[in-house]
Design a protein around this ligand. Sequence first.
Ligand code: AP5
Length: 212
Amino acid sequence: MGKSESIVLFGPPGAGKGTQSGLISQITGKPQVSTGDMLREAVASQTEVGVKANDYMEKGLLVPDKIIIDLIRMRLLREDAKSGLLFDGFPRTLAQAVELDGLTNVTMVLSLVVPDEDIVNRITGRRTDPHTGEIYHVVHRPAPDPIKPRLVHRSDDTEDTVRNRLKSFHDQTSPLAEYYSERGVLVPIDGSGSMEDVSKLVKQSLINNFRG
Ligand code: AP5
């Protein structure tokens, strides 16, 4: 049997990957896999992976490749991965990208392009609903009043940590744009507009580039 075909959702921290992933999953039928969410679950349940990863995440540093690659290998064994996945926040290093190439065909990399100056505001204002996973923003997408008391502010969403996360992105992750561009699968999308504007651009990119 041939390799599955997967999509990568690429971009700096706070670019809107999580916000747009539901729409992309719905249109392409590919289940979303966020390594950030997987790691946070591992931290919350204090597994061995979670304990190791926590220090890196709190500092805004990338978790070592071996830990991430093991998580992805396990995830790809599940039944719903047979037709490929939508990877959100993975790969983030060249080693991860090369490993992924051995596991699935990356047919499209949707790259949300957002300037650094917008990122700090987006991230420090983010609030997440732990019951539904819905992502809100105190200004750009306020949550309904009844659920406000249960919203969570991620512990790595502070201004200092965001600056480290941006540095990790520029030093280790952004070179992947060239890696995928050379292979003709990179689809840059202007992610700086409103959520609705970005969703329209995402839909248009899928119409133009996704052969499902
Ligand atoms: P992860 O959870 O992946 O964090 P991230 O990449 O930093 O991305 P975010 O979840 O912060 O942002 P997003 O792009 O999903 O934005 P969102 O849609 O929420 O990773 C966390 C940590 O885990 C890493 O630092 C690292 O330590 C580790 N890790 C994870 N994967 C790894 C890997 N592969 N290798 C090594 N380490 C790894 O939007 C953000 C906010 O902006 C929200 O409030 C939203 O409402 C708002 N917003 C969204 N779009 C717009 C818009 N268009 N206009 C205005 N506001 C908007």
